[in-house]
Design a protein around this ligand. Structure first.
Ligand SMILES: *[C@@H]1O[C@H](CO)[C@@H](O)[C@H](O)[C@H]1NC(C)=O
Ligand SMILES: *[C@@H]1O[C@H](CO)[C@@H](O)[C@H](O)[C@H]1NC(C)=O
Ligand SMILES: *[C@@H]1O[C@H](CO)[C@@H](O)[C@H](O)[C@H]1NC(C)=O
Length: 499
């Protein structure tokens, strides 16, 4: 086994050295990541198929390894209630931390001049990507500190890249000999250490990202050359790894990626997901995304991610997630990022609000450094979002989309619906989230219709709110800004609306 793995490793290094595997359509995905978040021209449409209802309590029910059966599984309720998670992109790409986490393929696959030049200027001739491995030192990685920062953001779950397309595993995988964080670089189990710290110190759910494909793995390239008629890579790498991380770390999310070249039959995705739902240690609460082979995205899985930074601006027929980056241009940390490359806190709150109003969750990405720190610019964004959520979280957590997602006439007002109580005759409150402070001091809410007992409250403001019935809707006078304990996106809670 070891000898075999050694041969594979040598083959791997040779492959790296000669830089096989460059075809421009491998970069499709990265191009997609560069789209503006508000650009909604190319929104893919979701599968409208109605899910047959299968009660999750029925423990004897077994899913079969086909999408019809797997898609009938009800979504574990924690996920929709959570609304907000943090994505962490960390790996060997955090060492060069230049351009993006697609460093390796940009440099040696597509031979992008920007990357070739960077290597020529800063590293000795003949330097190979695996030589970045020992430089992934993570000497300041303090998982308890990370847990505290992540918790402060108000997020309810975390998803860490257990392995990106470069193939380096952040856990000591039996299937990634000498290309994992225990053998090379940090010399520790980064996945296990973070999982323990999250579970020790917070109530956040812990999830794992995993890339099905690896750009330069010789067995993957061999299967590709065989037109996906062989599955050597899936048998010896992808599947063993997926079972390994689920059994070892019991992730609440399995966030698959790197799926798009062959189809799900090649990946054996449905077999794995059926095991996950029927027999795995996380069968009750695990959530999977939709990236399980070409053609599955936006069609299959518990939650749809569709594209990176998906934010359609309209109500969607299926639970979805907007995976979004604080750095506009990269998921991994970039030393060459400018301040203007980072979204501001109000930008990020707007992204969360528009996402949640339309039925989505936001998975907000940070890129730690090779020395193991979440850079303070990210930390500040996270803490500020957390402050906002401490005041306004009731409009987000556990909310549902309302009849209207945004106001039909007044721009920059988005709605969500909370949960009242049938027993106590409390109707569901509606939240109007106002993204821009009204210059006139007055705001028109077109869509809510007041009843005789309607109440309006302003979250983060202790005083009474002045409002009147207007036709149609409700006109609200904003208080003095200095009396409001919140700097961005103000929330009006509307109780007892007629509709
Ligand atoms: C916290 O995590 C450590 C590992 O980092 C583990 O050994 C310890 O048992 C955990 N403590 C608690 C209270 O769970
Ligand atoms: C894929 O699933 C089929 C059917 O369960 C199984 O026979 C085959 O061995 C699996 N292949 C891999 C690579 O796991
Ligand atoms: C509401 O949102 C939709 C979709 O994002 C947008 O097209 C529309 O202009 C918005 N309405 C207003 C009044 O801004």
């Amino acid at each position: 086994m070891r000898n075999l793995m050694y041969c594979l490793h040598i083959a791997f290094l040779i492959t790296v050295f000669v830089g096989i595997g460059s075809s421009s359509d491998e970069l499709k995905h990265e191009t997609a990541t560069k789209r503006s978040p508000y650009e909604t021209t190319k929104v893919p449409s979701m599968s409208q198929k109605k899910k047959p209802h299968v009660p999750i309590q029925d423990q004897s029910y077994r899913y079969t390894p086909d999408w019809e059966s797997l898609d009938s599984r009800p979504l574990p309720s924690w996920y929709d209630e959570a609304k907000f998670g943090i994505f962490i992109h960390w790996g060997i790409f955090s060492v060069p931390s230049f351009g993006s986490e697609w460093f390796w393929i940009n440099w040696q696959g597509s031979k992008n001049p920007k990357y070739v030049e960077f290597m020529k200027k800063n590293y000795p001739p003949g330097f190979t990507y695996p030589e970045f491995g020992p430089m992934f030192t993570a000497e300041f990685f303090d998982p308890d500190q990370w847990a505290e920062i992540l918790k402060s953001s108000g997020a309810r779950y975390v998803v860490l890249t257990s392995k990106h397309h470069e193939g380096f595993t952040l856990w000591p995988s039996k299937y990634s000999w000498n290309w994992n964080a225990m053998d090379v670089g940090p010399k520790r189990d980064l996945v296990g250490d973070l999982a323990n710290a999250i579970r020790n110190n917070t109530n956040l759910k812990f999830g794992l990202y995993h890339s099905l494909y690896e750009w330069f793995h010789p067995l993957y390239i061999k299967d590709k050359d065989n037109n996906w008629k062989s599955q050597e890579f899936v048998k010896s790498k992808t599947m063993p790894e997926l079972y390994e991380i689920v059994n070892k770390y019991q992730p609440s999310v399995v966030w698959s990626d790197g799926d798009w070249e062959p189809n799900d039959k090649y990946w054996n995705s449905t077999d794995f997901i059926a095991w996950l739902y029927n027999d795995s240690p996380v069968k009750k609460e695990v959530v999977v995304n939709d990236r399980w082979g070409s053609g599955t995205t936006c069609k299959h899985g518990d939650i749809y991610t569709c594209t990176d930074r998906f934010n359609p601006g309209t109500l969607q027929p299926h639970k979805w997630e907007n995976c979004f980056t604080i750095d506009r241009k990269s998921w991994g940390f970039r030393r060459n990022a400018m301040l203007s490359d980072y979204y501001s806190t109000p930008d990020l709150i707007k992204e969360m609000v528009t996402t949640v109003s339309c039925g989505g969750n936001m998975l907000l990405n940070v890129g730690p450094t090779h020395y193991g720190q979440i850079p303070p610019i990210y930390e500040e964004r996270l803490r500020q979002i957390g402050e906002w959520l401490r005041i306004n979280g009731e409009a987000i957590y556990g909310s549902q989309p309302w009849t209207f997602q945004n106001d039909t006439r007044t721009p920059d007002i988005w709605y969500t619906k909370g949960k009242g109580s049938k027993e106590l005759f409390i109707s569901d409150p509606v939240y109007a989230i106002v993204l821009e402070w009204p210059k006139s001091g007055v705001i028109e809410l077109t869509d809510p219709t007041a009843s005789g007992s309607t109440r309006v409250t302003f979250l983060g403001y202790a005083g009474a709110v002045k409002w009147t019935v207007s036709a149609p809707g409700i006109r609200v006078s904003f208080p003095s800004k200095s009396k409001v304990s919140n700097d961005w996106a103000w929330v009006l809670r509307l109780d007892n609306l007629r509709y």
